[in-house]
Design a protein around this ligand. Sequence first.
Ligand SMILES: Cc1cc2nc3c(=O)[nH]c(=O)nc-3n(C[C@H](O)[C@H](O)[C@H](O)COP(=O)(O)OP(=O)(O)OC[C@H]3O[C@@H](n4cnc5c(N)ncnc54)[C@H](O)[C@@H]3O)c2cc1C
Length: 369
Amino acid sequence: MTIAIVGAGLGGLALARVLHVNGIDAVVYEREPSRDARGQGGMLDIHSGQRALREAGLIDEFYAIARGEGQDMRLLQPDGTLLLQHDTPDDAPLARPEVDRADLRNLLLDSIPEDVVRWGHAFESAADGVLHFADGSSATYDLLVGADGAQSRVRPLLTDARPVHIGQNAVEVGIPDIDRTHPDLAAMVGRGNYWVLGNGLSLAAQRNGDGRVRIGISFYNTAEDWFATSGIPFDDPAAARARLIDLLAGWDSRFTALIAACDDTIVPRSIHTLPIGLTWPSKPDVTLLGDAAHLMPPVGEGANMALLDGAVLGLTLAAHPNDFPSAVKEYEREMFERTGAAARMSADIQELLMSPDAAQKMLEFFQPG
Ligand SMILES: Cc1cc2nc3c(=O)[nH]c(=O)nc-3n(C[C@H](O)[C@H](O)[C@H](O)COP(=O)(O)OP(=O)(O)OC[C@H]3O[C@@H](n4cnc5c(N)ncnc54)[C@H](O)[C@@H]3O)c2cc1C
């Protein structure tokens, strides 16, 4: 039986690893030409996903690359008022440590035989047990797992659902080597997350393992075509930074100083999600995991769910080695329930972030009563 996994992201690799540990072969088809072809982005907060890493036999290796101090958090208002500060004690449990996404992906990649991942294979279509790739090549499968992320091309084999814009547009910028270049700003941001929540706007700065501070500025209740009308010239980073500073009019100068200190990497990100609680009638030879199955707002659940999906599907297939259709049904039942709950919780947090008094609401969220 040939298991074909499309996508070497966290979910697809967690599945490949759990299958490997259980003596089941699989092939992962990834469109990127190599593991380093594209920057993997910033930090991930890994909590429930730790169970997947335990099942994958990688929990000690995970703790070795996790940053416990990344759990530090500061919450502020645009006028500079500090509402909440949480500093992680050295001996605190690693309940929600941050990990560099590239480090986690490399951990998973290094845990499976090198020839499992076939780089440079962009999936285009599948029918009658044959996969077709953009370069004209093809391969056979008995079970196809779409682990190909938000814009999944496998998803249409199971459902017509498509990601929908949720009224959030974000711009990602960053300060490299902040300890050396801007020690004052480094001290202000601290070791973990630094959030400023305002009316319809937020700034989230986060220290990464490589000394870079990534900064996401989100504009809420904005239309899908907002970037075209925002006046942010993405092809002129210095002018784009100036425009971002204009858009934060009235914010404390310490926050705009963060933007002024950024380098020329500037990435627009339009936020989309799939419908909460999306399901589909089970098919015997194809299923989905991760963002392909349940794209959620980026509030800290997606990577955890993708890892868990991969581990649960791997374990379920290992428990039914001669009956993949039953395994797929059993996996989907568990996955729909677990990820539906995570999507509802993520939508609640998203609503809070989009509300006019987001800072106060977030404070109540962290300090109920
Ligand atoms: C800014 C940001 C911050 C986030 N922070 C967190 C966090 O702190 N905690 C958390 O839990 N989640 C977080 N998330 C969500 C998390 O990143 C995703 O939910 C997670 O990466 C999904 O994993 P995946 O394996 O399903 O998909 P992906 O990681 O997107 O991997 C999909 C893979 O499929 C490949 N692929 C795509 N199309 C094809 C094709 N046609 N053929 C072959 N290969 C293909 C891609 O190249 C990629 O390698 C964040 C998201 C964003 C945007």
